[in-house]
Write a protein that binds this ligand. Structure first.
Ligand SMILES: Cc1cc2nc3c(=O)[nH]c(=O)nc-3n(C[C@H](O)[C@H](O)[C@H](O)COP(=O)(O)OP(=O)(O)OC[C@H]3O[C@@H](n4cnc5c(N)ncnc54)[C@H](O)[C@@H]3O)c2cc1C
Length: 390
């Protein structure tokens, strides 16, 4: 389905697919087993432009529109969602926060390095006690009045973050911490170099899916950063997090489209060669029923993702479109992977085919960057004008 894509967009998609077929698909099961992708792929992905997409050329990126970004995320999701997450957290959540809310110095310092992936970023919002209720986070940043005269007070940050993608690999952590007791309005964002004294990242092993990707707990004990590390105004951190997550949801939705597409291709390939009762199983109507459902999910999820990308490209409001795309595509990815395993029978339950991994990787997509329930609350509030959050 190539609805009104430009030649440039199609060319990038084809380049991305060729690259991932060579560099990722043959290794993804091993990476999954090892609980780490081979990080040697990161600079290669950067060279192709994955990390620089939608970051302007003046900041070392490759520019490009959000439809192209969506296509890139789809290809990454089709190949290996662990890779998609590395890119969309580092140059997406962290890079976009800096691009849209950072000072000129912060943009000059961090964006070229995130765009060429010589540095990776992580996004530290979730805490053990606050996931969906992120506005009530408890990590704290306090201005130190003893900072030398002639410059703004340093900030001293204490707290803990949970489930942080890229946490043990990142060079910079975007940390959201409380600077006053004013609920979501008391949260401020900081760019914290991960080699700062008092900063520790511990990897969380044994995940159901996304096993090739580092997920970590972060501990900040009296981590000192200059005021120049503050991203945006004091008290605007929660707004920054929420606006960045809207674009993040496009990346998750597009990655899920890739999962659904991968499930479709795997199911068609298997069903047309696997023989039972003397015929390919694709000739049975009930098997076609499963494949038809996956096919419709692929188209519907892709169109919702593209609609959101197109709204961003045209400068239109896109938050609710992002929620709808993320909600539908993530639920569709779980459904499609489940259907694809059904098409494969027992063979789908082991790692000889990609569908078991697709299901394990898909499962988190309805949880992170706002659960399906949270997306429904956002959509419901938009439709009714009534907030059901509290
Ligand atoms: C692999 C992985 C990677 C992640 N990466 C990152 C990252 O890079 N950075 C980061 O900051 N976070 C990250 N997260 C955290 C993720 O965003 C949270 O897990 C998610 O926001 C849900 O929070 P929670 O786990 O605390 O669940 P909870 O908020 O405790 O939710 C539990 C259940 O209650 C429901 N619920 C909660 N509140 C409501 C409500 N008001 N109405 C109805 N239902 C409700 C939820 O929908 C869910 O079903 C990651 C998580 C995972 C698993």
């Amino acid at each position: 389905m190539d609805l009104s894509l430009t030649e440039e967009q199609l060319a990038f998609r084809d380049l991305a697919r060729d690259f991932l077929e060579r560099e990722a698909v043959p290794h993804r099961m091993q990476w999954d087993h090892d609980e780490s992708v081979d990080l040697a792929i990161v600079p290669k992905m950067a060279q192709l432009g994955f990390f620089g997409l939608t970051i302007p050329e003046e900041y070392g990126g490759v520019g490009g529109d959000y439809v192209t970004y969506s296509l890139a995320m789809e290809e990454l999701g089709r190949a290996d969602s662990a890779l998609r997450g590395i890119v969309s957290v580092s140059s997406g959540l962290v890079g976009k926060s800096i691009l849209f809310h950072g000072s000129e110095e912060q943009k000059q310092e961090w964006l070229p390095q995130l765009a060429n992936a010589t540095k990776l970023g992580c996004f530290g919002l979730t805490e053990p006690g606050t996931g969906s209720d992120a506005g009530n986070l408890t990590s704290r940043a306090v201005a130190d009045p003893s900072t030398g005269s002639g410059r703004a007070a340093d900030w001293v940050i204490n707290g803990q973050k949970l489930f942080i993608t890229n946490g043990t690999w990142a060079d910079v952590a975007l940390v959201f911490a409380r600077t006053s007791d004013d609920g979501p309005r008391g949260v401020t964002a900081f760019l914290v170099p991960t080699d700062s004294p008092g900063f520790e990242a511990r990897e969380i092993k044994g995940k159901l899916g996304l096993r090739g990707q580092a997920t970590a707990e972060l501990f900040l004990h009296d981590v000192r950063v200059p005021d120049a590390a503050r991203l945006g105004e004091v008290g605007k951190g929660f707004k920054i997090a929420m606006s960045t997550l809207d674009k993040g949801r496009l990346a998750v939705a597009s990655g899920c489209v890739g999962i659904v597409q991968g499930c479709l291709e795997a199911s068609v390939a298997y069903a047309t060669q696997r023989q039972q009762f003397g015929k390919p199983i694709a000739s049975f109507q009930l098997v076609q029923d499963l494949i038809a459902d996956i096919s419709v999910d692929a188209d519907a999820a892709r169109l919702l993702a593209w609609r959101c990308a197109d709204l961003i490209d045209r400068g239109e409001p896109y938050g609710i479109a992002a929620s709808k795309a993320k909600l539908f595509a993530s639920e569709a990815a779980v459904r499609a992977a489940n259907n694809a395993i059904q098409v494969h029978g027992g063979a789908g339950y082991v790692d000889d085919f990609p569908v078991a991994k697709y299901l394990r990787d898909a499962r988190v997509m309805t949880l992170y960057e706002g659960t399906s329930q949270i997306q429904k609350l956002l959509i419901g509030r938009d439709e009714t004008g009534i907030s059901a959050f509290v």
